[in-house]
Design a binder for this molecule. Structure first.
Ligand code: SF4
Ligand code: SF4
Length: 430
């Protein structure tokens, strides 16, 4: 097994010109680093629960990326607790984690495993010890992009990533980039966030007036709710966050109720009002309702964490047929699609394959990010899973708009990468 300190990546604080017992020294450093890792992980909200791991293996058995890992999350925990940091660093396990929260919701000890994976990635990058070049490069490229523009900018992020890893792979992305660009879904030049003052005022007003915040994206939904949860549970974390915000002229005390737009439609607007708006006969539509992994996990108060029903209820109200779809909450592997495409493609491929096998005419998603994976790589993912994966994909509000009789142009259907024309029975023009 390689040393814990890769060539050229020695940490200054551990350098000793006097020490000639290299191996012993490195072993001691590994142990010390492992203790540091563990301290940081234990400091996470609920991180102390790591000590209660039963080694039951439920996490590894639940992991959608497990087949690509040398060993799964169970062994990561065991290795950390045994002080075997080398083993953790030499494995790609943490970099193949796609943040699906399956392990976290199933763990009988309540260990926040997804957060542990995030923390391990962060610590590996911070300490310059990451062995997964793709993951480390993406982490740096992402942090630099957000630092500079205040937001992610896909073109800039991918340019940085591919130039630092394999520029030839960037060439392979050009056809997709052109398709996205002409559909208005890719900006060539990054834009900084404008009107930050207005955003500060808006967020302050929402919090002061006890209003709710609605999001249309599963990833935003989870991150915002986790922020609230951890601010409520950990006063030190809350103080750190508030201090950082106050340095930028903002404040937030963690009290805005965060909701997903799908939930608002189903729970607040309700069946009667939605049914009353339906204008089009949708009886010929067979829909696979794909909620994605982060709508109902880790927060299971919205829907069933493994078999969500929210979108199915909505689609039934629209008059369309819901096909039985057991992968409704499985991860599409979006986080791995660029850094570990072999893994991402298999996860996306399984979803499209099963949707097709179940007789779906289209896949409706609850997150606007999922369609990029589900639509953009259908040829590749079909080859990865050895099945035809050609199936139209649309965001659930587009499906609602179709049922409500709105013209395709108002629903931006022409911006989708997969065509709905066979289902609509009409040409879609922009
Ligand atoms: S599911 Fe939880 S208790 Fe079981 S091995 Fe994984 S981390 Fe440990
Ligand atoms: S969050 Fe998902 S991908 Fe990550 S380790 Fe857990 S089960 Fe695996």
């Amino acid at each position: 097994m390689n040393s814990v300190l890769p060539a050229g990546k020695e940490r200054n604080e551990f350098r000793s010109t006097e020490d000639t017992r290299g191996l012993t020294m490195q072993t001691a450093l590994a142990r010390e680093l492992c203790e540091e890792f563990l301290e940081d992980v234990y400091a996470l909200p609920h991180g102390e629960k790591l000590k209660q791991c039963l080694q039951c293996g439920t996490c590894s058995a639940s992991c959608p990326s497990g087949a690509a890992m040398e060993f799964g999350p169970r062994e990561i925990i065991a290795s950390l607790r045994a002080g075997m940091l080398d083993r953790v660093l030499n494995a790609k396990t943490v970099w193949l984690c796609v943040s699906c929260y399956s392990c976290a919701v199933r763990c009988p000890a309540g260990i926040p495993l997804t957060d542990v994976m995030y923390e391990l990635k962060r610590l590996e990058v911070d300490k310059g010890l990451a062995k997964d070049a793709a993951g480390e490069t993406m982490a740096h490229a992402f942090a630099e992009t957000v630092d500079r523009y205040g937001r992610n900018a896909e073109t800039t992020l991918l340019r940085k990533y591919f130039l630092r890893t394999n520029p030839w792979h960037a060439l392979a992305q050009i056809p997709l980039a052109i398709r996205l660009f002409f559909r208005g879904r890719l900006e060539i030049l990054p834009r900084k966030i404008k009107g930050l003052d207005s955003l500060h005022k808006m967020l302050a007003a929402i919090e002061q007036n006890g209003r709710e915040l609605a999001t249309v994206c599963n990833a935003c939904y989870v991150v915002l709710r986790k922020t609230n949860k951890y601010m409520a549970e950990d006063s030190h974390l809350r103080d750190d966050i508030r201090q950082a915000l106050q340095a930028g002229g903002m404040d937030y005390s963690g009290n805005v109720r965060v909701r997903h737009f799908l939930e608002i439609l189903v729970n607040d607007i309700g069946e009667a009002r939605i049914r009353s708006r339906v204008q089009r006969d949708m009886s010929g539509w067979k829909v696979a309702c794909y909620c994605g992994c982060q709508l109902s996990r880790p927060f299971d108060d919205l829907d069933h964490p493994e078999y969500p029903r929210l979108m199915e209820r909505l689609v039934e109200w629209l008059g369309a047929a819901v096909v039985p779809f057991p992968l409704a909450a499985k991860c599409c592997g979006g986080m791995a699609m660029t850094t570990h495409p072999e893994t991402g493609q298999v996860l996306t491929g399984k979803i499209l394959k099963v949707a097709s096998q179940r007789g779906a005419g289209c896949v409706a998603t609850a997150c606007p990010l999922c369609p990029i994976n589900l639509e953009a790589y259908q040829d590749k993912v079909g080859r990865a899973v050895g099945a035809c994966c050609q199936i139209p994909v649309l965001y659930f509000t587009q499906l609602m708009g179709i049922a409500f009789g709105l013209p395709p142009v108002e629903l931006a259907l022409n911006d989708n990468l997969t065509s709905l024309e066979p289902l609509l029975g009409e040409k879609v023009t922009s």
